[in-house]
Design a protein around this ligand. Sequence first.
Ligand code: NAD
Length: 320
Amino acid sequence: MTKKGTKYFVTGGAGFIGSHLVDRLVERGGVTVYDNLSSGWREFLEHHLGRGDFNFIEADLLDFDTLKGAIGGHDVVFHLAANPDVRAGIAATDLDLRAGTMASYNVLEAMRRNGVKQVVFASSSTVYGDAGITPVGEDYGPLRPISLYGASKLGSEGLISAFCHLFGMQGWIFRLANIIGPRLTHGVIFNFINRLKENPGQLEILGDGRQQKPYLHVDDCLDGMLLAVEKSGEPLNVFNLGPASSTSVVRIAEVIVAAMGLKGVAFSYAGGDRGWAGDVPQVRFDVSSMNRLGWKPKYSSDQAVERTVRELLSGGASNE
Ligand code: NAD
């Protein structure tokens, strides 16, 4: 996977996680990024443009012919492109089907036709649905997602499993926690910072603020992904990737308010136990499979939140 001269193909490589991944992969081999810039930024890759072993293709995964032509000659595909906004799938019910499940099918089929054998996929804790507060391990089932985003991740996982079984491919599936860090362009931290910049006196919090989720710093996320693809060699390898700890939404708001030096901010609550329909308010991960490989995150969930808030405030939270 990381032998010298390995050629990597990264879908969604202009996005938040993808661009950090690219920063790591260019140290190991040649990299092609394939991204339609729907939620990614060319600026995130600017420092690589012009390198001989780096190639950026601005195109859509739903354009199968372009994808098929681009993917040939690569050794490993990191498939990260997707709609990142769980809520957007409620308004446009075919969004995740197309940008998620169909896009994944196209990636796998383009790989098959070109004889590319290894795929690494960014899945999500949303495949577990609303599993309650018992930490869920990778063998937990039945998997019943409660959002179309989660359904598309589960559909993609199923396709990866079938392609690996049928066509001698090898897959790594990472069910990610909430990933945060520099270049974050969406999610609660990004959102709170931008709203407090606009209106430093007031912050509306979705749900009752007690939603409690695991937040993983992107550095820890990539350490984990790259370690696991090195150290696991089954035809299909599935890992939860997140911290064992979690952070409430209110705590995130408090950390941001303190870091911005604001005083007397009035928090109001939209009410209900979850942020939106399809939101999973309590997420707990069993990450013992990753721990057994030797991975431990450097930062707890709270520490990852605090660090990210500092990073975003010093480097600018917004691309808007
Ligand atoms: P992101 O929006 O920053 O990155 C996604 C990238 O995919 C963007 O650059 C976008 O332009 C690109 N893209 C989307 N649809 C495309 C298409 N049809 N063709 C080509 N490119 C397309 O999001 P992210 O946070 O970096 O997430 C990366 C992956 O990790 C996604 O699959 C996401 O579902 C998954 N994930 C993220 C988190 C998180 O907390 N950030 C958690 C769980 C899973």
